[in-house]
Design a protein around this ligand. Structure first.
Ligand code: TXA
Ligand code: MG
Length: 328
């Protein structure tokens, strides 16, 4: 698309006219940020290699990192990938929803989408504006999270506007994302399905259907899901994960605290973000990235995050905190 606007338009995602316009932009090879239940995605026509190439440029994302194809129904999903029998139950139960399946790709998927892999990542997002956009565009939409590569994912339209607003064509504002962490990625190409990224669908829920799964989250020798890169979802300010009562704060040091529940001594910290006063892990996940962005916008020397239990959404939360706190 040649007539790229200098600052992208932010439009109400519940407005039918805005969806129509966004769909037109996608079909013309442009880039539209749109809400999903997990995080905001930055979408391009999955069948248009030039448009997808622009996605990579805008995000400064390495070309070796494949993107997810978003579709609105199972039939369309099957045009992009070859789904094994065992995937049928998952698609019926978890789609639309925060589960991405990796399957063997069909020849029609451009190489740039899958970074040359023989597999493709596909999901149906559970958000009315995302589904309306995909349906109106009449194509699969390739969409990574709408943030510069390696930074915290956006859970509000404003997050996208601040970082990518002048480089993309339109932002659909659908309010805050309900899940707040990215989809769970499950590879269906090995004989035992394998979790590549913890996310919005709990591993326990998947195992209740498929039995014990392999887990290869952040296996770091040779990432085959670059979301497995060690340092990712990272704040500019250094972050550490420290249990309550084990931290040392130097005199004058400005520390921001990210905690599930209110701390015992709030006066020790320059800023405090509470993720869920009632200790609910789903609520905590929904607040996580916004809280990290708040803290990262302040003049702090350090951010301290309290660990959470690794059941349910806790696994995805701890995964994001670990990656954010990794220095290399
Ligand atoms: O919730 C989500 O999944 C969000 C929303 C926008 O849908 N999207 C998202 O996209 O998180 P992104 O690009 O930030 O993360 C997608 C991850 C990357 O780590 C990528 O390496 C992995 O999916 N991936 C994509 N295709 C793959 C493939 N064929 N094999 C293994 N991993 C793949
Ligand atoms: Mg991402």
């Amino acid at each position: 698309m040649e007539d790229v606007l200098p600052i992208s338009e932010i439009a109400d995602a519940s407005d039918a006219g805005a969806i129509k316009k966004a769909a037109h932009i996608i079909r013309s090879g442009g880039l539209v940020a749109f809400p999903t239940e997990t995080v905001y995605g930055l979408g391009a026509d999955a069948g248009n290699p030039r448009a997808v190439a622009r996605l990579f440029e805008v995000k400064a994302r390495p070309r070796m990192d494949p993107v997810i194809v978003h579709v609105a129904d199972i039939e369309t999903a099957k045009r992009y990938g070859k789904f094994p029998e065992s995937a049928n139950r998952l698609m019926k139960k978890f789609w639309p929803g925060p589960l991405t399946l990796i399957v063997e790709k069909k020849p029609s998927v451009p190489e740039i989408v899958t970074a040359g892999l023989e597999t493709v990542a596909i999901r149906i997002p559970n958000h009315p504006a995302a589904l309306a956009l995909i349906t109106a565009a009449r194509c699969g939409i390739a969409a990574p999270s709408a943030n510069p590569f390696g930074y915290v994912s956006p859970t509000e339209a404003q997050h996208v506007a601040e970082q990518l607003g002048d480089a993309i064509d339109m932002i659909l504002d659908g309010g805050s994302c309900i899940i707040g962490v990215e989809s769970t990625i499950l590879s269906m190409v090995s004989s035992i399905p394998c979790i590549l990224r913890a996310g919005g669908t709990a591993v326990e829920e998947l195992e209740s259907i498929l039995g014990k799964l392999d887990v290869s989250i952040g296996s770091l020798q040779r990432p085959n899901s670059p979301g497995q890169l060690k340092r990712h979802y990272a704040t500019k300010t250094r972050m550490e994960i420290v249990e309550e009562g084990f931290e040392r704060i130097a005199p004058g040091e400005r520390v921001g605290l990210l905690s599930m529940i209110p701390p015992l001594n709030p006066e020790k910290y320059a800023a405090v973000e509470v993720l869920s006063a009632s200790g609910n892990l789903r609520e905590a996940a929904a607040n996580l990235f916004r809280a990290l962005r708040h803290l990262d916008a302040l003049p702090l020397d350090r951010i301290i995050a309290r660990p959470v239990g690794e059941e349910g959404m806790g696994l995805a939360i701890m995964d994001r905190l670990r990656r954010c706190s990794t220095r290399e």
